[in-house]
Structures are given as C-alpha cells and as structure tokens.
Design a binder for this molecule. Structure first.
Ligand SMILES: Cc1ncc(COP(=O)(O)O)c(C=O)c1O
Length: 392
C-alpha cells in the first residue's frame, strides 16, 4: 500500500515523542506532569445544568455554522472585547480552534500563488497543526524563527519579498504558544500591511487572548478594522478551551470577511463536524459571561507570581506576557527533560518537539516548555524541584 508522500517527513506528535523519551525510565519522585496545556481550573457551575436543559438538542442534527444564539453571543463578545461589530455572517462556530485552523486552510488556500506552489508561513516553534494544514493543501510550510533575538515572534522585516509574494497564508499565534509573547498593535498592523501589499491572508490564532498578565493583548480584528484592511484578508480564531477552562467542550470560532466565511461554511457543510446543539447552548453562555474569566485570570496571576519568585534569578528566565506556559532556557531540552524526570519525577516538554530544524537549527532545542496548569501548590513544588535539578 502506498501512503501520501506529503506527510512522510512529519515527525511523531510531541506527546508520543515525550513518552518514548521518558517512559522506559523510572521517575525519580512522585510524577508531576507539567507538559500538556490542558487547563485544570474549574469550569463554571452552570455548564452541566445548561447541557441538561438543552439535552433535547442531542436528538437533532446541529446547525452547521452555529446557532443564531451562539453566533449572537460570539458577536457580542467580539464587540465588547475589541469594539468591532462582527455580524453573524462573518462568524463560524468550530469544534475548538484546532480543527478550524486546519480546515480554514482547506477552504481558503489557493492551488498556486504568484505562479508557483504557495507558501504557508508560521512561527518556529509553533502549534503543530499549522504545518499539517500547509502540507495537506499541497503548500510549502516556511518556518520563521521566533527566538529571544526576534522578541519570540517572527521578524517581519527579515522575510524576503519574493517569499512574501508566494505566501498564501501567514499563521500568527499571539499570545504565542510556547513563549507567551504578545504581538503589539504596531506588529499586527505591519503584518496586515504586508498581507495587503503581497496579497496573502493572515490566520491569527488568539486562543490565549484572555490569559494575560498586565493588559489585554490587542486583537487582529480591531487592528485590521482600524486600518481599513480588507476583512477577507484576516481570519481570527478563538476558543473557550483556555478562557473558560473547557478544553473538552470543543467550542471555538473563526471570524473573517463574509466571503471567506461563506467559503469556510460551504466546505464545512460537506465535510465538517458541527458542534452538538446542547454544547452550542453552553458555548453561547460562556461567551456571554466574563465573571468566570476574571476569576480564572486571577488564578493565573498567582501562578505568574509563583514562577517569578521561584525562577526570577535563573539566567535567561523571561516571564511570559500572556498564556500559561513557561519557556525555560536550558542547554539541551531533551537532556534536561530526561534528567528532570529521572531525578525528580517532574515531566516537562523538550522545546524541540514544538519546532522544526531549519538549516540544522531548531530554535526549540535550548528550551523546555512548562505548563502552569496544575494547582498552585503542586506548581510551586514542581518549579522548585525543577530549579533545584536544572539550575542550582
Ligand atoms: C496555540 C494554540 N492554538 C490552538 C489550540 C487549540 O485549542 P482548541 O482546539 O482547544 O481550541 C491550542 C491548544 O493547546 C494552542 O495552544
């Protein structure tokens, strides 16, 4: 049997790779996972009753693009958060942003760009679905270093014009996973300017937008509107997974111009898996309520403080501006993750598993990623243990 050539270089996903690295070794203490970005704060109490009240909806096929109630709630949230009036026909309900980030490329990436195979640009390291989406549509992924030197976001001025001319899609992640960097309004404006000049689309993954430290991160929708950019050039993705501690609900949205949204909806009608109606009812409620999000943010604020207290003196430690990951510099991320597991039982992810080698350089090599999702006491114990093992 033949298999598609286009996925032949795809590395094993980060978590099976981590299991292969660590699981043949005994942990050096009680295991403590600080690997996966799965929120563990409580989700709101009204989630289960809302599903129960709407349970009759399990007997119906769900509305493909999202119910009127859900799209109205998302539109309301975008209006309050960004001051942008996003009419429901510019919105699409998603089963979480991951599938949306993938399927948007299916719906919107052309077969050629500037007469050649299109390029899909993305930061390196990055959330892995971006690269698989690029390969799936026959485009060439281009990995842009997002390092300490570039402010942990791609250096927009370092991209050659001929690369930009062939670019069909630029995935931006702000706040970024894994580094917790936030793109400024000026950065977003520059990116939208380049998109306009070189005729490409920006896919802005903003799923950490509500987990921030000192100020709410700017949103691409607001920047694009303020500069009068073509709304079709931008697709913004957001989700309830992080903001509302509901990663298992699988509820997110895409927001774009009406024509791009129409095309995404059309493809979804053929091949998509719409969100069950009772879950759409919960999602509508979660987008309409900020009290639980404020509470959640306060819990992360305490965790940022713990991280600063424990790791503040570590050379190269940079507190994240947003999101819930620490991106900690080490000599070799794989060796550090293995040492930490074998000597202490603390489990972290080698940064290289989130990056790609470009010219023999993987910008994740000298890092481990640590998720601040465990209860504060466990997290503090984990970070103190990590510091003792890797830095003291
Ligand atoms: C950067 C980034 N984008 C998107 C997602 C997908 O989130 P979801 O599909 O739960 O909305 C994640 C999840 O970890 C992420 O880290």
């Amino acid at each position: 049997m033949d298999f598609p050539e286009r996925f032949s270089d795809l590395p094993e996903y980060a978590f099976p790779r981590l299991r292969a690295l660590l699981d043949s070794h005994a942990p050096g203490g009680a295991p403590l996972a600080m690997t996966i970005g799965e929120p563990q704060h409580r989700y709101p109490d009204w989630v289960a009753p809302t599903i129960a009240e709407a349970a009759a909806g399990f007997g119906k096929y769900p509305v493909n693009e999202g119910s009127e109630m859900l799209l109205g709630a998302i539109s309301g949230w975008i209006g309050r958060r960004y001051g942008v009036a996003a009419a429901p026909e510019r919105l699409l309900a998603l089963n979480g942003t991951r599938e949306g980030l993938y399927n948007a490329a299916m719906a919107l990436c052309p077969e050629t760009k500037a007469g050649a195979r299109p390029l899909v640009l993305m930061p390196n390291p990055f959330y892995q679905v971006y690269a698989v989406a690029a390969l799936s549509v026959g485009a060439e992924p281009v990995y842009l270093p997002a390092t300490r030197e570039t402010g942990f976001l791609p250096d927009l001025d370092a991209i050659p014009a001929k690369t930009l001319d062939r670019t069909a899609i630029f995935y931006l992640c702000s706040p970024s996973n894994p580094q917790g960097a936030v793109a400024s309004e000026a950065y977003l404006k520059r990116l939208m300017d380049l998109a306009e000049r070189h005729d490409f689309r920006v896919f802005a993954d903003e799923c950490y937008s509500e987990i921030w430290r000192t100020a709410p991160p700017p949103g691409a929708l607001a920047v694009a509107e303020a500069m009068g950019a073509d709304p079709e050039r931008l697709v913004v993705f957001n989700s309830l997974s992080k903001r509302s501690n509901l990663p298992g609900l699988r509820a997110g949205f895409a927001a774009s111009g009406p024509e791009s949204t129409r095309r995404m909806r059309q493809l979804r009608n053929y091949a998509g898996a719409p969100l069950p109606l009772p879950l759409q009812a919960v999602a509508a409620k979660a987008w309409s309520d900020e009290a639980h999000v404020d509470e959640n943010r306060a819990l992360y604020a305490a965790k940022y403080d713990i991280a600063d207290r424990v790791l503040g003196g570590v050379p190269g430690y940079a507190a994240p501006e947003a999101g819930f990951f620490l991106w900690l510099p080490v000599d070799d991320g794989e060796a550090a993750a293995l040492k930490l597991w074998r000597e202490t039982g603390v489990r972290v992810l080698p940064g290289a598993y989130l990056g790609r080698d470009v010219g023999g350089e993987n910008p994740g090599n000298g890092y481990v990623r640590v998720a601040m999702v465990a209860p504060a006491d466990d997290m503090q114990r984990g970070l103190e243990t990590l510091r003792g093992c890797l830095y003291d």
